[in-house]
Design a protein. Structure first.
Length: 317
């Protein structure tokens, strides 16, 4: 199979028939063998019924139905698991991503040798409340990830080699950082293509405003920390804990030596326990010990919880 198209969706009943017809038209015009995997993320409208209707008309339509709303990352994770195409294309279901981009994305993967190609919606039809935070967010993501050539990390329209989607773990809300996840997995040839951004035709955006902006930064920090210290947490906690313990220990010695010096020279002195520096030093030693133990425990406990990517799937087509 040439292409798997993975479409996560939540309450997009109006756009699904038009989206599939558009994808089908592009695929047939280019002679691709393909499948379209719709992942229904707990929709409360008729989205699943429409997917079932489409599947009865065409055997290229597959569906996954979650029992409840989990989010875009879990939807992509399950879609990637089922995908069988040599190239995997992801796109949003709201008709803002154009299926006409698929042939060139496919060519960039198969002929130019890219592992991943991310779309860049250079001209957007979003309000300033969304575009300005997006620009700030992308600038930060470029700096932290080291992927300097990407302008739009969170673009839903992307193309991947099959090996990429089978070797990355998309969880939580990490769909924003799939290029970073791919880079950490050893896929270094990551490209970008300017794509057309369509104005939303039906309904309203499902994104969560400012929560999306702040959560994106928290996820970026988490991903940076895991990529830097996830395999060896002792390198972070152990070093920080050791430094704090040594600082506290040296401070306690200085407090003790200061008292002994004053006693030996007949100068006024006070009890060690009467000095606030003693308690600050003791606190530093205790915190340092705790951080060291946290690093040691982190070495013993795998960061991959067995239930991390277990989702309740009600039906599949």
């Amino acid at each position: 199979m040439d292409i798997s198209v993975v479409v996560p969706l939540y309450n997009e009943e109006e756009s699904l028939p038009e989206l599939y017809a558009w994808i089908e038209r592009v695929m047939k015009a280019n002679g691709f063998s393909y499948e379209v995997i719709f992942v229904n993320d707990g929709s409360t409208d008729r989205s699943w019924q429409i997917i079932e209707e489409l599947s009865r008309k065409s055997d290229t339509v597959h569906g996954i139905k979650f029992r409840r709303n989990y989010g875009k990352s879990p939807a992509l994770y399950c879609g990637f698991e089922k995908a069988q195409g040599d190239v995997v294309i992801t796109m949003d279901a709201d008709l803002q991503d154009s299926p006409d981009e698929i042939p060139e994305l496919y060519r960039m993967i198969t002929e130019d040798g890219y592992d991943l190609v991310s779309g860049w919606k250079k001209k957007r039809y979003d309000p300033l409340s969304k575009t300005i935070p997006t620009k700030i967010f992308n600038a930060t993501a470029r700096k932290v990830s080291g992927i300097k050539n990407l302008h739009d990390f969170n673009c839903g329209l992307k193309a991947y080699k099959m090996d990429v989607v089978k070797n990355i773990e998309v969880y939580g809300e990490m769909h924003r950082y799939i290029p970073y996840l791919a880079k950490n997995a050893g896929f270094k040839k990551i490209g970008e293509k300017v794509v057309q951004h369509q104005a939303r035709k039906f309904g309203k955006t499902k994104f969560g405003g400012l929560n999306r902006f702040f959560n994106g930064y928290l996820d970026l920090i988490s991903l940076w920390f895991l990529s830097a210290f996830g395999v060896k947490p002792m390198h972070f906690f152990g070093l920080l804990g050791s430094l704090m313990f040594i600082f506290g220990f040296i401070s306690v010695i200085i407090v003790g030596i200061t008292k002994l010096y004053n006693m030996y020279n007949g100068m006024p002195y006070r009890l060690v326990t009467a000095s606030p520096y003693f308690y600050l030093s003791l606190t530093a030693m205790i915190i340092g010990t705790q951080l060291f133990l946290a690093g040691f425990l982190g070495e013993l406990i795998s960061r991959n919880a067995p239930e991390r990517n277990k989702y309740q799937i009600e039906k599949t087509i």
